[in-house]
Design a protein. Structure first.
Ligand SMILES: C[S@@+](CC[C@H](N)C(=O)[O-])C[C@H]1O[C@@H](n2cnc3c(N)ncnc32)[C@H](O)[C@@H]1O
Length: 205
């Protein structure tokens, strides 16, 4: 299988991801809380990486009734996630290797989380569509990701350029596109557009 540039990027970054990303990736617990979970919910994290968000999702779930599926297309990141799951003794976390733009998991979830993954996916509209198809009616989709740094003046362009060099594209119309599928979308911006959290609910109950 041919690997994408992002998969190649994480081949090496997987090893020092956890020790470096705490400096730049913020808002995890708050985003997980915005999933509005009950103890028996099932949650899919798309682009779960090494599993840094799992603790914040799992703290809302009952260990026997709630369940988390972490999906990522990088075998290297999933290996780190697997180590975390084993070390913590989590028995209700399943890891799946797959592409966010070709999801066919055969099941629907109460909550779906993208945390700092959507902006790395070239065909991100397709990833949003796939996520919507895997959400139960009434279920919530939460997207936490880098914003446009609108309040950062000239430094905003520097940040956007640096992220682009690291496969992260911040200027696409993520919120506008999400709103088409989730008309009641709520959006929370943080620190002058450093990051945003978008929360959508699938219609129906
Ligand atoms: C910046 S990391 C975020 C990891 C984790 N969600 C976090 O908050 O630390 C982005 C992750 O998205 C994954 N990813 C990017 N494109 C993907 C795709 N098309 N399908 C599945 N995973 C993807 C990468 O492999 C990587 O693990």
């Amino acid at each position: 299988m041919a690997h994408s540039a992002v998969q190649r990027f994480y081949r090496y970054h997987a090893y020092f991801y956890d020790s470096t990303r705490w400096m730049i990736l913020h808002g995890r617990r708050r985003a997980a809380q915005r999933l509005g979970l009950r103890p028996d919910c099932t949650v899919l994290e798309i682009g779960c990486g090494t599993g840094l968000n799992f603790p914040y999702v799992l703290e809302q779930l009952d260990a026997r009734r709630g369940r988390v599926v972490g999906l990522d297309f990088s075998a290297d990141m999933l290996r780190q996630a697997e180590k975390r799951v084993r070390a913590r003794g989590w028995t209700n976390v399943e890891l799946v290797q797959g592409d966010a733009t070709q999801l066919r998991l055969g099941t629907k979830f109460d909550g779906i989380l993208f945390a700092y993954s959507l902006t790395m996916i070239p065909d991100w509209p397709r990833a949003i569509q796939c996520a919507g198809e895997h959400l139960k009616p009434g279920g919530r989709l939460v997207v936490l990701d880098f914003g446009r740094f609108a309040g950062w003046g000239p430094l905003g362009a520097v940040m956007r350029g640096w992220l682009r060099a690291n496969h992260v594209e911040t200027l696409r119309p993520y919120v506008e596109t999400l709103r088409k599928s989730f008309p009641s979308l709520e959006v929370f911006d943080w620190f002058g557009g450093y990051n945003f959290t978008a929360v959508g609910q699938k219609q129906g109950s």
